[in-house]
Design a protein around this ligand. Sequence first.
Ligand SMILES: Cc1cc2nc3c(=O)[nH]c(=O)nc-3n(C[C@H](O)[C@H](O)[C@H](O)COP(=O)(O)O)c2cc1C
Length: 171
Amino acid sequence: MTTTPVDPLTMRRTMGRFATGVAVVTTEEADGVPHGMTVNSLTSVSLDPPLLLVCLTTGARTTRAVTGAGRFAVSILSARQEQLALRFARRGEDHFAGLPVARGRHRVPVVPDAYAHLECEVERQFTAGDHVVVIGHVRDVCERDGEPLGFLGGRFSDVTERGRPVAHWFC
Ligand SMILES: Cc1cc2nc3c(=O)[nH]c(=O)nc-3n(C[C@H](O)[C@H](O)[C@H](O)COP(=O)(O)O)c2cc1C
């Protein structure tokens, strides 16, 4: 097969055509310092056992904290949480500065009032290119009513459900 080299910007632009939600991966260091990072690489891996994966850029503080702590949470953001998505995407900042640290049932830091959150233990991790693929075993979930935040073409977007909206609140 003849291949044309695909540069990072092309890769990002083309993959940006795959519409996703927006989530924040959170964890804390042994001394209790919380960390978080906006992601859209979230994927469900397995239903039984319940596994998900996120791809975290190597060298980010949150990546180091997740691999060190061995546990993390994924908060799926609601349509109203665009500012939080931007906050947790700023490199090198104290992302939790001025924010109350909410915790899930397993005491992992989570983003308050998210559309849903899942608390995980790290099941497996491996480096792939410039990211660390982290597979998490989901230990608890919480879902809220509302609308999710979307991401398409490098911008935040609305996600509307076709048909009857499913109303639920499971925590
Ligand atoms: C919508 C959106 C999705 C993102 N998805 C990812 C992702 O899946 N993996 C990743 O490593 N970085 C992703 N980023 C970039 C990180 O959020 C950013 O580099 C991170 O906040 C840096 O964290 P640090 O301060 O811990 O280094 C995304 C940013 C945005 C705005």
